[in-house]
Ligand binder design. Structure first.
Ligand SMILES: Nc1nc(=O)c2c([nH]1)NC[C@@H]1CN(c3ccc(C(=O)N[C@@H](CCC(=O)O)C(=O)O)cc3)C=[N+]21
Length: 288
């Protein structure tokens, strides 16, 4: 038996159509959601992603601004720009693309963003709110994974979900969102012993390691849902996930392709977070 390959394109386009409807409804009330993306330096991959984000915004009827700053920009200048964007009523979401040049502190940058405009959900206030289950944004990649699981109709509650990776942007918030959905959650990482034994217990396996094709059939329980968060550019120029897709195909029950699933879904969640931020602003203004 072969796994069902999750149709990312279909899920993404349906989701974005729903977002666009809500954007149109908000525009009728005089508010156009706006996203500002700040990119410092000239990492080619970052520029591709930033272009994709701006394009997705425009297609959804949102306003988008991209600030491309040279590699040598002093941190103070980036902070000044963020200060302006924080105060700009036409901007509801601010995203500072990582990685940043070494002379700039990611921590100071993230903490300077107004938590209400933090559509990445990287600000400590939003990370804390996520931990205690408060309303607000969720980080785009893990939020996208949850939406994918819901769209294919797999039950999360009570299932064993194993997350491989413990980064602040994917692994940790992923575990938290799965817990919110009532999964039993295990987090594996580079120091985990007998990892295959653990991952083979997973009903839902999320790979967020950042190493191409590391996960193969020996890690996967027959019939498991395998979600591949990895986006690794190979020397050939091709993209590879963290999962060895061909090897796992006959074992998994469901599997996400790379490219074409978690990546575009991440951008879709960025649109959702920006929309919701704009909706909250519109609501606050209406009740004032
Ligand atoms: N502050 C910040 N927030 C981020 O969300 C953020 C970031 N910095 N830095 C970089 C990573 C990476 N990331 C991707 C988003 C979409 C695709 C995507 O759409 N990928 C396509 C392929 C695109 C291609 O061909 O390269 C796909 O998987 O099908 C990839 C990567 C967001 N990131």
């Amino acid at each position: 038996m072969s796994a069902q390959v999750i149709n990312g394109k279909e899920i993404v386009s349906a989701y974005r159509a729903e977002i666009k409807e809500q954007v149109d409804a908000l525009k009728d009330r005089g508010v156009q959601p706006g996203l500002a993306v700040v990119i410092v330096g000239d990492d080619p991959a970052s520029h591709v992603y930033v272009r994709n984000k701006a394009k997705a915004c425009e297609e959804a009827g949102m306003h988008s601004e991209v600030y491309k700053l040279p590699e040598a920009t002093p941190e103070a200048e980036v902070l000044e720009l963020i200060g302006k964007l924080n105060a700009d009523a036409s901007i509801h979401g601010i995203l500072v693309q990582s990685p940043l040049p070494k002379h700039i502190s990611e921590e100071r940058i993230v903490e300077s963003i107004d938590p209400l405009k933090d559509v990445d959900c990287f600000h400590p206030v939003n990370v804390g709110n996520l931990m205690i289950g408060k309303e607000g944004p969720a980080p785009c990649t893990p939020a996208g994974v949850i939406e994918i699981l819901k769209k294919i109709g797999v039950e999360i509650a009570g299932k064993h979900a194993v997350v491989i990776g413990r980064s602040n942007i994917v692994g940790k918030p992923m575990a938290m969102l799965l817990l919110r959905e009532h999964a039993t959650v295990t987090v594996c990482h580079s120091r985990t012993q007998n990892m295959e034994e653990i991952t083979r217990q997973a009903d839902i396996l999320v790979a967020a390691v950042g190493r191409p094709k590391m996960i193969n059939r020996s890690h996967v329980k027959p019939g498991a849902v395998v979600i591949d968060v990895g986006i690794n550019r190979l020397e050939t120029g091709k993209l590879a996930g963290d999962v060895d897709f061909d090897d796992v195909l006959d074992t998994a029950g469901w599997i996400t392709p790379v490219p074409g699933c978690v990546g575009p879904m991440t951008i879709t969640m960025l649109l959702r977070n920006t929309l919701e931020s704009a909706q909250r602003t519109a609501h606050t203004e209406a009740v004032r």
